[in-house]
Design a binder for this molecule. Sequence first.
Ligand SMILES: [Zn+2]
Length: 182
Amino acid sequence: MNKWLLLILLSTPLFGAEADLQKLVDGNARYLKGHVEPKSHTQKPFAVIVACSDSRVAPEIIFDQGLGDLFVVRVAGNVVGDIEMESINYALDHLGAKVVMVMGHEYCGAVDAVKEGQVSEISAIASLIKPSIKGAKTLEAAVKANVLGVVDHLDKNIKAHIVGAYYDFETGEVEILNGKGS
Ligand SMILES: [Zn+2]
């Protein structure tokens, strides 16, 4: 390959994207080999998990659950705005889930950005996190305060057993922070 062409390719932001997409295609091919067709065409998840989009926070893996077990709403900073609220309500009203867990995590980049005042790229998310974390001295305290803020918000809007939780990367443990609701 012409070295200038190679340099141009390497400096293109999307270079490598095709290889990454191929990883998904290959992964699905591996999945198909072990795939057992679900017995039911309807889903009955027993819990709703509101978690951060962080790639290290995958509820199905952390809680050792399979397909159909958890209704997962993931967004950076595990916040709940109108769109997330509608998703949660769907799981409660139509799928039979009774427990809602809001799970924050160690080293959350979204909460850290808001804590440090770097919110220009996440203004919508920051507007939901900011009121809850005022006065928090450490990132862990801010993450937990954000979780409890979301729990309070849910408690005012939905009827379910609502639990706040904190996921520790080092130990893998999910600490239950509190419970609210019915
Ligand atoms: Zn996060």
